[in-house]
Design a protein around this ligand. Structure first.
Ligand code: MTE
Ligand code: MO
Length: 235
């Protein structure tokens, strides 16, 4: 199906999906507006996923465009960022991965490293350009024998944050498990010792201080996603 036909179909579906919304001001049905918005967000996910081109690269920048100082964000203050001991750190694996042996930082550093200068966009309305280096998630998934026909890659973090992404985005060449930020190991507020860096998605889809990674077909949502933020959230 070409893009035009797809958009046509999407618009027709959108009109259908909007019908239940006619009732949204009915005080007897206060949940209808909510249901409606959830349905539209779900629909929006499907459209974004259908339009996602796994070969289109997010914009890259030159070293002089890097934002200094960088900008921190989390669901808490910078002084409350989790501090993970890099010496004892382990990335634990779960789900449809054949070799679930946990990875130490030392072992992660033996894999081929990839560097990018890309932009991080937060839904709060700001953007920063930074440099991140690490392992292509696609390389890591292949290396560990992950079933890449599964729909989701899910992440859990040292601070209780969690998120999940679609497999197509996980395999995108710019999606990395970052170990370095601005040419040095990640520091605690910016996601030490390992964070997901995925420049084709919004900031909240870039979990920091990742301690657990799993592959599967069960939707696991995310910290902000479960509060109504759009799940696909391509930027
Ligand atoms: N573990 C964890 N990861 C997280 C968050 C968080 O609160 N905890 N916040 C997300 C949000 S909303 C944004 S915008 C980016 C900010 O990343 P930065 O601090 O490197 O700019 O991290 C994302 N990853
Ligand atoms: Mo964000």
């Amino acid at each position: 199906m070409n893009r035009r036909a797809l958009l046509h179909r999407a618009l027709a579906l959108g009109a259908l999906a909007a019908l239940p919304g006619c009732d949204y001001e009915n005080p007897q049905n206060p949940d209808l507006a909510d249901d409606f918005l959830h349905a539209m967000s779900w629909f929006n996910d499907r459209v974004q996923q259908a339009l996602f081109n796994p070969h289109t690269l997010a914009p890259t920048f030159s070293p002089d465009q890097i934002t200094q100082p960088p900008r921190f964000n989390a669901f808490y203050d910078i002084s409350d960022a989790p501090v993970v001991d890099p010496a004892t750190y382990q990335l634990e694996l779960g789900g449809q991965i054949s070799d679930k042996t946990p990875w130490t930082l030392q072992k992660l550093r033996t894999l081929r490293q990839e560097s990018q200068i890309t932009r991080l966009t937060c839904v709060e309305g700001w953007r920063v350009i930074g440099q991140w280096s690490g392992i292509r998630l696609a390389d890591f998934l292949r290396r560990t024998g992950a079933d890449t026909t599964c729909r989701y890659v899910s992440f859990k973090c040292a601070d209780g944050y969690y998120s999940s992404i679609d497999m197509e985005s996980a395999l995108h060449p710019q999606t990395i498990l970052a170990l370095d930020f601005l040419g040095a190991p990640l520091t605690p507020p910016f996601g030490a010792p390992v964070r997901l860096r995925i420049p084709t998605k919004l900031g909240f889809k870039n979990p920091k201080s990742v301690t657990y990674l799993a592959v599967g077909n069960v939707y696991t949502g995310g910290y902000w996603e479960d509060q109504g933020y759009n799940w696909f959230s391509g930027s």
